[in-house]
Write a protein that binds this ligand. Structure first.
Ligand SMILES: Nc1ncnc2c1ncn2[C@@H]1O[C@H](COP(=O)(O)OP(=O)(O)OP(=O)(O)O)[C@@H](O)[C@H]1O
Ligand SMILES: [Mg+2]
Length: 363
């Protein structure tokens, strides 16, 4: 990986913070589970942000309830695996990546679950040239991220666990309950090293997902990541992530867009909650989630437009196209919902006239 890599793994991006936390653990003599890079307290400090013993500033990765992150981290020190559940865009993948980086120093042991995945991609595969030449042997075995994590005592991540078939999901039962991965072909097995655990993510909104079997569910501790509670919290998330992403993409600098971000977040919250923030008007909700993640994408899109095709500041016009794209997932129903919202809520707001006109024009 070079400095031109589009997105570095978080353990590289945040190496300075992770190093400072290593020092913090030593100075405070905090105990850590076998094979963990940091203590559970330091992992939570890394996620929630704060200061180390010597005053080094740690940025907040997750903005929300500390208790949720504490439960998630504590779970990984037990014999149960962690399942992060929530609607799309609630930072499940983001939290999973950061926790893996802080616990194991490696967030890259990852299996993306799909409906087409088979057992060989989860347990182990074979190098067929070697298999034919020498027959089954350890040498001919191709390890998966799961097997490597078991051998090295680290965290493996499963993205979108419920997208793979239930029969394939159940492959994990023995691994999670007995911490062993049998290799019947060799009459052998891989026994997990201390420190091994699994973080899975799943969203409860998508169609076509495969429910977890009761047997597998029992092996997970479920932590539900909620949508941000307050508008202030959501605005803070969007501002911080937009700034990070824009800098990562090396977008030309533009004027601060705080006012536009606040309006955008208000709009998305009202549409998603089905009522205006003052509770006075009911609003039809569109089919899209319109989470903080959607507001982040819209703002980054508007930033790029403003920087390359505008006067260097995000205005209603730059936001409008991106807003329409985010809201209209169903071209008929969502259009009706957005039009009603525009006419009944946005139009009467005097200082939102520019946004009304721009969105109207983009529709
Ligand atoms: N509470 C939050 N704190 C910090 N960042 C957040 C929060 N909520 C959302 N985000 C940001 O939203 C973006 C999307 O998050 P992520 O991709 O992890 O969502 P997800 O829950 O995995 O969604 P999906 O179900 O679509 O995979 C990330 O940039 C993340 O930083
Ligand atoms: Mg995700």
């Amino acid at each position: 990986m070079t400095e031109n890599t589009l997105r570095q793994p978080v353990e590289i991006q945040f190496k300075t913070e992770l190093d400072a936390l290593l020092g913090h653990d030593v100075a405070l003599k905090l105990p850590k589970p076998d094979n963990w890079m940091l203590s559970p307290q330091a992992v939570v400090l890394y996620l929630m942000g704060g200061k180390t013993h010597d005053g080094t500033l740690i940025s907040a990765k997750y903005i929300g309830q500390r208790r949720l992150i504490e439960t998630a981290v504590a779970t990984l020190a037990t014999d149960r695996a962690l399942l992060l559940l929530g609607v799309p865009g609630t930072a499940k993948s983001w939290v999973s990546e950061h926790i893996a980086a802080a616990v194991s120093g490696n967030s890259q042991q990852l299996i993306q679950c799909t409906s087409g995945i088979d057992e060989n991609q989860i347990r182990y595969g074979w190098n067929y040239a070697l298999l034919l030449a020498k027959g089954p042997s350890r040498e001919a075995l191709v390890a998966t991220p799961l097997m490597r994590a078991m051998q090295s005592g680290t965290i493996v991540r499963f993205e979108e666990l419920t997208r793979m078939g239930s029969d394939i999901q159940d492959t994990l039962i023995t691994v999670l309950s007995e911490k062993v991965l049998p290799i019947p072909e060799l009459n052998d097995a891989v026994h997990a090293t201390q420190g091994f655990n699994l973080i899975a993510t799943a969203n409860d909104r998508d169609k076509g997902v495969n429910e977890l079997s009761a047997a597998l569910k029992r092996r997970f501790n479920v932590v539900v990541l909620p949508l941000p509670e307050s508008p202030e919290q959501e605005i803070a998330i969007v501002k911080q992530r937009v700034a990070d992403i824009g800098v990562g993409l090396r977008l030309p600098e533009i004027a601060p867009a705080d006012k536009e971000i606040a309006r955008l977040v208000t709009m998305f919250r009202e549409l998603r909650n089905g009522e205006t923030e003052d509770g006075r008007h009911k609003v039809k909700s569109p089919s899209s989630t319109l989470s903080a993640a959607d507001a982040i994408s819209v703002t980054v899109g508007a930033w790029s437009e403003a920087a390359y095709f505008g006067d260097g500041s995000i205005d209603a016009e730059k936001l409008a196209n991106n807003i329409v794209g985010a809201v209209l997932k169903d071209p008929v129903q969502d259009r009706i919902a957005l039009e009603e919202y525009l006419e009944n809520v946005i139009k009467p707001r005097k200082d939102w006239r520019d946004l009304y006109a721009a969105v109207r024009e983009s529709l």
